[in-house]
Design a protein around this ligand. Structure first.
Ligand code: C2R
Length: 184
């Protein structure tokens, strides 16, 4: 899904297998919501190491400000990309049925010093948060994007307030629940 871009305003979304798409779609939806440009690719260090090297070598030329790399199991992809480019890498550990995603999480958290991979959570929530973090990084140099982020945070807070109203309505309590028989 290549999109054209001006320099350093784009996000590279990459995943270790097409089987990661269901999770990584969450990141793509957030990037779309904020109107960011992005490319989506499948690249595997384990299965196609040459391709991973080419992806990292081209990252800056393609104008990526951030790479979001999803991988499951023995998740080498985010770390290897981080070792080959100075573009920041946010990893998304896949939740799987074998070890629940901790395997991929630990691979990303336990990078040797000097080669950081950021992790914003596991699975679909991790993918969404990875994309929001990417938007925030790009927002540092884009005042329009910063405004949209502020708006987004405002909506989050409004949803919390709505949740409070719904909970009270569901329980049939008012602002302050009074014990039966209590006066005033
Ligand atoms: P398949 O479903 O294709 O067998 O892949 C993928 O991210 C996926 O979650 C199973 C899992 O293997 C992961 N994979 C990696 C890498 N390449 C594939 N972690 C890598 O290079 O790190």
């Amino acid at each position: 899904m290549p999109r054209t871009s001006s320099n350093n305003k784009k996000v590279g979304v990459v995943m270790g297998s097409s089987s990661d798409l269901d999770t990584m779609r969450e990141a793509v939806e957030v990037l779309k919501e904020f109107g960011l440009e992005f490319d989506v690719d499948v690249v595997s260090c384990h299965r196609a190491p040459q391709l991973a090297h080419e992806y990292a070598a081209d990252a800056e030329k393609k104008g990526y400000a951030v790479i979001i790399a999803g991988a499951g199991g023995a998740a080498a992809l985010p770390g290897v990309l981080a070792s080959l480019t100075t573009v920041p890498v946010i990893g998304v550990p896949m939740v799987n049925q074998v070890l629940g995603g901790v395997d991929a999480l630990y691979s990303m958290l336990q990078m040797p010093k000097g080669v950081p991979v950021a992790v914003a959570g596991l699975g679909k929530t991790g993918a969404q948060n990875a994309a929001i973090l990417a938007v925030e990084i790009l927002g540092l140099r884009d005042s329009g994007l910063k405004l949209r982020l502020a708006d987004y945070k405002k909506r989050l807070a409004e949803d919390v307030k709505k949740g409070s109203v719904e909970v009270k309505r569901g329980l049939g309590t008012g602002e302050t629940h009074k014990k039966r028989g209590t006066k005033n």
